[in-house]
Design a protein around this ligand. Structure first.
Ligand SMILES: [Zn+2]
Length: 252
């Protein structure tokens, strides 16, 4: 169920063990062929599909579209919160619902740059409520939940998420094809290994002139449907685990 459709008495009457989802995404450049609102469009669609399957068992807050996208700031149009501001924004959302008495709070993320501050947010908020044993604070990026879409469609080439890549371009083609530019004009931008196993601080111009990473030329709406379906399955599974948690153990 969507929080935006409820009255406050309806929220007040909810079981406080219901999982509450905060979807988060971004508004940032997505190459020359895709709109800046790509991550938010895709995350909204994913959440819409998940909500239609879990119904009243999960409460969904509206999408927070402002993300941490400073590594894209060289490209006009990008709107980004400073990392510290973004962590505090997420902490604030969690604190609001802790104040309302809810205990199982899940941030579902659809933008790579939110990953580090998102993890930091659930960590910080947990430390602030360290005497509570009944809090479950989770951060999850939807494409990192174990989906293997290439097993359902062997024509899918990529194995991990890129940026405005085969995967994201396919998903936008599935829901908003009129927003996708001429893919024959795009090029393959290799992922590279970024000094693995070290973690490199980077900006997008370090990696890509057009702004995308990956090869969008193989994108199709059919692949997009498979990707949405696989990612929704994993989010539904995660939320079922959250709902089934016994309220105190480390792993439920
Ligand atoms: Zn994206």
């Amino acid at each position: 169920m969507f929080l935006t459709n409820l009255t406050w008495p309806a929220v007040a009457s909810l079981n406080r063990d219901i999982p509450v989802v905060f979807p988060v995404a971004a508004l940032e450049q997505h190459g020359r062929h895709m709109p800046v609102f790509t991550d938010s469009l895709l995350t909204d669609e994913l959440i819409r599909r998940v909500e239609s399957r879990v119904g009243d068992r999960v409460l969904f807050a509206p999408l927070t579209w402002l993300g941490n996208s400073h590594h894209h700031m060289d490209f006009p149009g990008t709107l980004s919160a400073e990392p510290r501001v973004y962590i505090d924004l997420l902490n604030g959302l969690l604190e609001n619902f802790i104040a309302h008495g809810f205990k199982r709070l899940v941030i579902i993320n659809g933008h790579g740059g939110n990953d580090v501050p998102g993890r930091q947010s659930v960590f910080e908020t947990r430390q602030k409520h360290r005497d509570r044993k009944d809090l479950l604070l989770l951060f999850a990026t939807y494409w990192n939940l174990g989906a293997e879409p290439w097993k359902r469609d062997p024509t899918i080439q990529q194995r991990v998420m890129g940026h405005a890549c085969e995967w994201e371009t396919s998903m936008v083609l599935r829901i908003r094809p009129e927003l996708v530019g001429d893919l024959t004009k795009t090029v393959d931008v290799p992922f590279g290994n970024a000094f693995d196993p070290a973690v490199r601080g980077w900006t997008m111009p370090d990696r890509s002139e057009p702004g995308h990473v990956g090869d969008p030329r193989g994108a199709t709406a059919e692949k997009g449907e498979v990707l949405f379906s696989c990612f929704a399955d994993e989010v539904v599974k995660l939320l079922a685990r959250v709902g089934a948690w016994d309220g105190k153990s480390w792993e439920g």
